[in-house]
Design a protein around this ligand. Sequence first.
Ligand SMILES: NC(=O)C1=CN([C@@H]2O[C@H](COP(=O)(O)OP(=O)(O)OC[C@H]3O[C@@H](n4cnc5c(N)ncnc54)[C@H](OP(=O)(O)O)[C@@H]3O)[C@@H](O)[C@H]2O)[C@@H](O)CC1
Ligand SMILES: Nc1ncnc2c1ncn2[C@@H]1O[C@H](COP(=O)(O)OP(=O)(O)O)[C@@H](O)[C@H]1O
Ligand SMILES: [K+]
Length: 498
Amino acid sequence: MLHSWDAGAVRAAEEPLLAAGEPLMARASFALATRVASLLRETRGRAGGSRVVLLVGSGHNGGDALHAGALLARRGVAVSAVLTTERVHAEGLAALRAAHGHVLAVDHDDQAVPDAVAAALATADVVLDGLLGLGGRGGVRGPAARLVAHVAQARPRPVVVAVDLPSGVGVDDGTRNGVVLDADLTVTFGAYKPALLLPPAAAAAGRVELVDIGLAPAGPPAVARLEAHDVAALWPVPAPDAHKYVRGVLGVVTGSARYPGAAVLTVAGAVRAGVGMVRYIGSAGPQVLAAHPEVVVGDGRVQAWVVGSGVAPDDDEQRRRVRDALVHAVGHDEPVVVDAGALDLLPDAVPAHVVLTPHAGELAALLTARGEHVARADVEAAPLAHARRAHDLTGATVLLKGGTTVVAGPHGATYAQADGPSWLATAGAGDVLAGVVGALLAGRAADAVADPTLPAALAAAAALVHGRAAGHANPGGPVTAGDVADALPAVVAGVLRA
Ligand SMILES: NC(=O)C1=CN([C@@H]2O[C@H](COP(=O)(O)OP(=O)(O)OC[C@H]3O[C@@H](n4cnc5c(N)ncnc54)[C@H](OP(=O)(O)O)[C@@H]3O)[C@@H](O)[C@H]2O)[C@@H](O)CC1
Ligand SMILES: Nc1ncnc2c1ncn2[C@@H]1O[C@H](COP(=O)(O)OP(=O)(O)O)[C@@H](O)[C@H]1O
Ligand SMILES: [K+]
C-alpha cells in the first residue's frame, strides 16, 4: 500500500530529527542530485557537460534545489540557479556559488522573463523545480509564476524534475492552484504527500520517486493507495467447504425499460468478480437471464445490494423497488451500493456500509440537493474535498469515479486509485464497477457492517480490479464495458497471486 501524510504530519516527523541535528536537507539534496545525474546519463549518456537550471523559491524547497545544484556542479554539470526572490536559502546559495554555479535572478518588476534566464532555460537539459514544497500556500505568485508559465509554454519542453512536490499544487488536498509546473519526475522526501496521489494534482508529478531521509510519520495516513497484494488480503476467497449462500448473495435492482443494458452490466460485474449468487429484481430480467443464465430473477434473501445503475428517473416502478431495497438494507444492516439513478433516493443519514458510487456530475447533484450548490467543475477541481463532504453529510462511504477514483469513508479512511487506462471512460463501465463493489460487499457483508472503515477499503479494491481489467482486456486500446467485465476473472486471479 502506498501511504501519504499531510504537511503537518511530515513536519511533526521532521521536528525531532532536526532538533537532534540529523542532516535531513543534506540527505534530501544528495538523493536529488544523484537522481538527476542518473536521469542525465539516461538521456544524454553522461551527466558532465549537461545543463541544469534550478528554479529557486524562498524556502527550504529552494534550499534542496541549491544544494543539489552544487553537487551537480561539482560533477561537471553547468548549473544555473534562477532566484525568484532575494530571500533564498543562504547556505544553499553559498554552496552553489562555491561550486561555481551560475546565479541569475528574476525581479518583482520584471514583466517578462529576462533574456539571460530565457536563454538558460532554452538550452537546459533538466529544469529543477525548487519553488515551493511543503510550505506552498495557494498558487505560485509573482515572478515565480511568470517563470512557471514560461517553462510550461516552452517548445520543446525541457525535462522538469519537481523537488519534493510540483510547485502550485495543494499539498494536502490535491488541488491545482493557478499555474502549475508539470513535472516528468518528482523526487519526494521522507513520505508521499497527498497531492502525489490525489487528482488533479497527482498528474502534475509525473513519475514519483520516494527518498528515505529517515522520517517516520506517525498516525494514520492521510490518503492511501491499494496495491495488488492489499487487494488479495481483502478479497473474499471461498473456503474449501464454501457454498453459494456462504459466499454471499447480491440483490441487484438496476436497469429499466429505457436502460436494460445497465442491469446486464451490473450483473456482469458482480458474477465475474465472483459473487456466490445474484438475485435480479426489475424489468430487465429477460435480458439479464439471456446474458447470465446463472442469475435468479425475483425477491429472496440477500447479504448485500446494488441499486440504481441505469434506473431511469421516470421509471416509477423500478424507483419504488430501489426505495424498498434501500429501506430494507439500512433496516437490516445489509451493505448496499447506491449508484446513478438511486442517488437521489438516498435517505438523509445512512451508515458507512452504504457505498455511493457517483461520478463528478452526480456528486455535484447530490451535494446541491443537500444545499451545497456545487457544479461538476468544482468537484473535478477538488475531488477529495467533495467526496469527504458527501461522506460528512450522509454518513455513507463515497466512491467518486474518475481517471483517479477517490474513496472517502469514516475515521478519515481515504483512498486514491489510479489503475485504469483512460479507455475505461466508456458508457456502462460504471455499471460494471457497481457490480464489483456489490460482489465484495456481499462476500464480506458481516465484516463490512462491523468495521465501518472496511467498505472504503473494499470500494478501493473494486476500483483497482476494475481499472486493471480495462487494461487487461485490451492493453493500450479501446474497451467496452462488457470487455472490462469479461476480463475480471483473470484479473482477480492475478491479484490473488500477488
Ligand atoms: N525542514 C527541513 O529541514 C527539510 C525540508 N525539506 C524541504 O523543505 C521543503 C519545505 O520547506 P519550507 O517549509 O521552507 O517551505 P517551501 O515549500 O520551501 O516554501 C515556503 C516559502 O515559500 C513562500 N511561499 C509560500 N507560498 C507561496 C506562494 N504561493 N507563492 C510564492 N511563495 C510562496 C513562503 O513565503 P511566505 O509567503 O511565508 O513569506 C515561504 O518562504 C520541503 O518541501 C522539502 O523540499 C527537505 O530538505 C527535508 C528537510
Ligand atoms: N480518464 C479516465 N481514466 C480512467 N478511468 C476513467 C476515466 N474517466 C472515467 N473513468 C472510469 O470509467 C468509469 C465510468 O463510469 P461512469 O461515468 O459511471 O459511466 P457509466 O455511467 O456509463 O457506467 C468509472 O469507473 C471511472 O472511474
Ligand atoms: K517544488
